[in-house]
Design a protein around this ligand. Structure first.
Ligand SMILES: [Zn+2]
Length: 413
């Protein structure tokens, strides 16, 4: 394999790289002027002016006096993105529904549609495809950057083929082929837990510092983890890394949907929480009858059984978090789903369990916190997958940490 010759790098590639680099800095920071861009990038003022003028002409940016009063003389001119100039579509497919959303360059959702899950997966996916087409619009004039899709389980990220998503009941389902049929826009696919991690890092307020080393914990209906190491999502050799829900926690424990036994997921996921409550209550039905939200509400009202179930589940959560801490030395574990909703009720029990397993000297650096996007994490991640690919040239670069570095440009096909 030979490396491309330097001369093979086209002028348009360089121009696009420079544009995206400047756009990304403007996205990440509040009140950026042309002089700031020159200082941050090291580009000459004339180069910055050339690129910025072109982006203003193309409708990607506006330039207006700062809202802040000037210290001396005129107020400086500040550059801002025009979020509506381009847009992304994000899709989240879960056990109960599909959500299809549209967002501009700032990542804020402007349209949202929800479709209930149907038994026949092909019929269901065709309805999702129709909703994507409607969201993309016939007259978007090339403003659609792409479609990001969040899927549970083990998937082929290039094609959207679901190898196995046991919690959806899907094995060998070609989701990508159905969804992308007839739509020319690029499609991007990723596991839901990894996308939740991407959203946590990418969708921050401008000016805030994103996490570089952390684990995102999803709990509905199964237990998933998205791991970010030194600013990048960790995929492993075949994209299936960080399936911590299926690491064995209890020898000869409960049989898991993956075929193993004693997996963490069987003790700490939302499904496990609901099942434990049903078992303690002696429900006759084989499926959990009480939703996690109801259990949390009961616990808040002082229901002793609900509190006991949350504490018992928290103990398993802490045990698994001790394993995550030992494996990755993360600065944070960000929790989603029911644990984010009930964090105030479960925090002490999670930490007690953690401290039983790791001395404080191994925990002092660690923070555990609810996610910033709540139950929208995977959907926001699906949008962020498209937007991060546009801004940095690579969906795998999780974003804000590139603020002061040239982005690696990689043109989309
Ligand atoms: Zn398992």
């Amino acid at each position: 394999m030979s490396l491309p010759r330097r001369s093979a790098l086209r002028k348009s590639d360089v121009r696009e790289t420079n544009e995206r680099l400047l756009l990304n800095i403007i996205r990440q920071n509040v009140g950026v002027s042309r002089a700031d861009l020159a200082r941050i990038t090291g580009f000459s003022p004339s180069s910055v002016t050339f690129v910025v003028n072109r982006m203003i002409r193309d409708g990607l940016l506006t330039e207006a006096p700062s809202d802040a009063p000037a210290q001396v003389g005129r107020r400086p001119l500040i550059l801002r993105l025009r979020p509506e100039s381009l847009f992304a579509v994000g899709v989240e497919i879960t056990r109960s529904e599909a959500r299809i959303a549209c967002a501009g360059l700032d990542g804020r959702i402007s349209k949202l549609r929800t479709l209930p899950r149907q038994q026949d997966h092909h019929v269901f996916l065709v309805r999702v495809r129709d909703a994507i087409r409607a969201m993309a619009g016939k007259n978007s004039d090339g403003r659609l950057l792409g479609v990001g899709v969040s899927l549970a389980g083990t998937i082929n990220r290039a094609t959207g083929y679901v190898v196995a998503a046991e919690n959806l009941g899907w094995v060998g389902v070609d989701v990508g082929q159905v969804l992308s049929d007839g739509l020319a826009a690029p499609f991007y696919y990723e596991n839901d837990a990894k996308l939740s991690a991407l959203a946590e890092r990418w969708c921050c307020e401008p000016g805030s510092k994103p996490l570089d080393n952390f684990v995102f914990l999803t709990l509905s209906p199964g237990l998933g983890t998205g791991v970010v190491i030194e600013g990048r999502l960790f995929h492993g050799s075949t994209g299936e890394a960080s399936e911590f829900g299926h690491t064995s926690l209890v020898p000869d424990g409960r049989r898991c949907v993956c075929g193993s036994a004693g997996c963490w997921e069987e003790y700490a996921s939302q499904r496990a929480l609901e099942r434990l409550y049903s078992e303690k209550r002696g429900d006759p039905c084989p499926q959990p009858c009480v939703d996690a939200d109801v259990i949390i509400r009961l616990a808040r009202n002082g229901d002793s059984m609900a509190l006991e179930v949350l504490r018992e589940t928290a103990s398993y959560l802490g045990a698994g978090c001790a394993n995550l801490n030992a494996a990755f030395n993360p600065e944070a574990i960000i929790v989603g789903d029911y644990l984010a909703s009930a964090w105030d009720l479960m925090e002490d029990a999670v930490w007690s369990s953690l401290r039983l397993r790791a001395p404080n000297r191994y925990l002092n650096h660690l923070r555990i916190a609810p996610s910033r996007h709540g139950r929208d994490s995977a959907l926001m991640g699906a949008l962020a997958l498209v937007l991060s690919t546009f801004f940095t040239g690579s969906g795998q670069n999780t974003g804000n940490g590139t603020a002061l570095q040239p982005a690696t440009a990689q043109r989309r096909a």
